[in-house]
Design a protein around this ligand. Structure first.
Ligand code: PEP
Ligand code: MG
Length: 617
């Protein structure tokens, strides 16, 4: 669905509730006050300060303001005689803004009333002011927005500098800040109203920061259903809408917002009747969740006795324990690239990676852990910019560029380091290595050579390591079309439908402008999926699907009909898919497959014939 906003164009004229349409990426209903975050400030710390820390936080802000005032005054005093007079005037404006009540007084208000930390309070107030400037008729005044931004930028830098200095001197941050740059757990005294996050865009790495967050849901202007931002959101299991183009412009700081993650709608300033309806739906979906929760430890076996493997997709080792609790029988996809993000340019060392992989393996208590080699690139850039990445940054089509295994093979030392870390973790339990985006036999050979060398290096240095199975992700049509050759060279395959759809249909999965054409039901996609599953089964090699289709119950019967017996998904999806598995009869579904695949509307055919079809006993 193409996102659009329904009236009115100017937020200040708004007196009635409005609806903004986007794409649903994570189900459920969230109701809360909007926290608008500018993309560039997503990595600003967001946490609550306790009631006892409010005065200290206001003091911190005052110190920062005084320091910035001194800095500006020094700039002014040291100004060379021949400097343009505009520069002097600009510093005066900045000094005036720094002490202006609409910035400093209102920011204190966010701290005092909402218990936001100083950085959060500043960025919240900046959003409010930026919007007021945007709506000014006078061009000169409108352009003063940049001055406010610069002043806030200086204040944020000063706060960060003072915090780093305090940390170096051993001054502990407030307890609520200790959880990291991202938002920490709410202080119950402070968190009176639930909050939802609204942003133009959030990078996957920043999204990760929000996982321990205070937010009950989120909305972004851009992004597609299977963009990595959306995937991380889904893994958080909170309602989310992406591609809601006008959202961050129409929604104002602190507005009440309903996020309908089932329909992909955001309602701003809902009327009491609408709010009551959504509160009712919220309670219903909580009840439904509780009901599904009871299936967590029920074996996933179909009516005709087929055991179905339901695995988890995880981003960090800490996700493994919760995946086990959700009923996953192993990890089908550990997206290791998230270990490489938010590191200010450093790559994780071999030991650090080893510890992360080992922690996941140990947490899964003997169940298999499938670790994917780093899938950097496209919408998951690294912070560090090597010359290659610099070139990549400017690549016209990054999704078709130096991504995933292509990047790994271009950095052989980094790749062997990762492989060694994985092999060492394999000494603690079953590990499977998964190679993303492989398309060429030359890449297959290079992967096996790198692995043999990594193994040899560990043996030479006497470091303990285990055996691993090696699998290929089938996510490029070329790989699906030559699946037999891949099957001869790998122990297993896993279909990455998110990319398989992107590359088969030539649709950038992160681009909301073409999101309406991103179609998992496209006959070409279904044909490749079916032939891959059939070929793997014929070769006697395990095959799984680890793209978003695997966790979407709308596809469960179809994938079972194609012969799929292993599904890997966000842990939060396991129970809903299991419910479909328990009601399915694979023989019956397989018999319906030709008719469904031959239909012009496979989605309608599945809904009408397969889902809830009477079982043959
Ligand atoms: C996929 O492409 O389906 C997949 C699972 O990998 P990612 O979404 O991380 O690209
Ligand atoms: Mg992929």
């Amino acid at each position: 669905m193409r996102a659009h906003a329904r009236v009115p164009r100017c937020a200040t004229l708004r007196r009635v509730s409005i609806q903004v349409f986007g794409m649903q990426v994570s189900r459920g209903v969230a109701i809360g006050r909007a926290v608008l975050v500018a993309s560039s400030r997503v990595d600003v710390a967001h946490y609550y300060v306790g009631a006892d820390d409010v005065d200290g936080e206001i003091e911190r802000l005052r110190h920062a303001r005084d320091a910035v005032a001194r800095e500006l005054q020094t700039l002014k005093d040291d100004m060379p005689a021949d400097a343009p007079p505009e520069l002097d005037a600009m510093i005066d404006v900045h000094l005036m803004l720094l002490h202006d009540e609409t910035l400093s007084g209102a920011t204190k208000g966010w701290i005092r009333d909402r218990h936001y930390n100083a950085e959060w309070a500043l960025s919240a107030q900046l959003e409010v002011l930026a919007r007021q400037f945007d709506e000014m008729e006078d061009v000169y005044l409108r352009e003063r927005k940049a001055d406010v931004e610069q002043v806030v930028e200086r204040l944020l830098r000063e706060l960060a500098r003072a915090a780093a200095e305090g940390e170096a001197a051993g001054v502990a941050p407030p307890a609520s800040a200790a959880a990291g740059r991202g938002p920490a757990a709410p202080d119950p005294a402070a968190a009176e109203d639930p909050l939802v996050l609204v942003a133009n865009d959030i990078a996957p790495a920043d999204m990760l920061q929000f996982r321990r967050s205070v937010f009950r849901g989120f909305v972004t202007d851009v992004g597609g259903r299977t963009s990595h931002t959306a995937i991380v959101a889904r893994s958080m299991d909170i309602p989310a809408v992406v591609g809601a183009r006008e959202a961050s412009r129409l929604i104002r700081q602190d507005d009440w917002v309903v996020i309908d993650g089932d329909a992909g709608i955001v309602i701003v300033d809902p009327s009491p009747i609408v709010l009551e309806e959504y509160r009712f739906r919220q309670r219903q979906s909580e009840l439904e969740r509780a009901r599904l929760d009871r299936l967590r430890h029920t074996p996933a076996v179909t009516l005709d006795g087929q055991a179905i493997e339901l695995l988890a997709n995880i981003e960090l080792p800490g996700d493994a324990g919760p995946a086990l609790d959700a009923g996953a029988m192993g990890v089908g996809l550990f997206r290791s690239e998230f270990l490489f993000m938010n590191r200010d340019g450093d790559l994780p060392s071999e030991d650090e990676q080893f510890e992360a992989y080992r922690d996941a393996v140990v947490a899964m208590r003997g169940l298999p852990v499938t670790i994917r080699t780093v899938d950097i690139g496209a919408d998951k850039p690294l912070d560090r910019l090597t010359p290659q990445e610099l070139r990549h940054e400017h690549a016209l089509n990054p999704a078709l560029g130096l991504r995933a295994i292509r990047w790994s093979l271009s950095e052989p030392a980094m790749f062997r380091q990762q492989l060694r870390a994985m092999l060492r973790a394999a000494a603690f339990g079953p590990v499977r290595i998964l190679v993303p985006m492989v398309a060429h036999l030359s890449e297959v050979r290079a992967v096996h050579e790198a692995l043999a060398r990594a193994r040899q290096q560990l043996a030479d240095s006497g470091r303990p390591h285990g055996t691993v199975e090696v699998g290929a992700m089938i996510e490029v049509p070329a790989a699906a079309l030559m699946i037999e050759r891949f099957l001869r060279r790998f122990d297993f395959v896993s279909v990455g439908t998110n990319d398989l759809i992107q590359y088969t249909l030539a649709i950038d999965r992160a681009d909301d402008a073409v999101a309406h054409l991103y179609d998992p039901w496209h006959p070409a996609v279904l044909g490749l999926l079916r032939s891959t599953i059939e070929a793997a089964r014929a070769a006697g090699k395990p095959v799984s699907v680890c793209g978003e289709m695997a966790g979407d119950p709308a596809f469960t019967e179809l994938l079972l009909a194609m012969g799929l017996r292993s599904f890997s998904m966000h842990p939060g999806c396991v129970a809903a898919v299991k419910q479909r598995v328990l009601r399915a009869d694979c023989r019956h579904l397989a018999a319906l497959l030709p008719e469904v695949l031959g239909a012009d509307e496979p989605a309608a055919a599945v809904a009408g014939k397969m889902a809830g079809a009477p079982a043959v006993r």
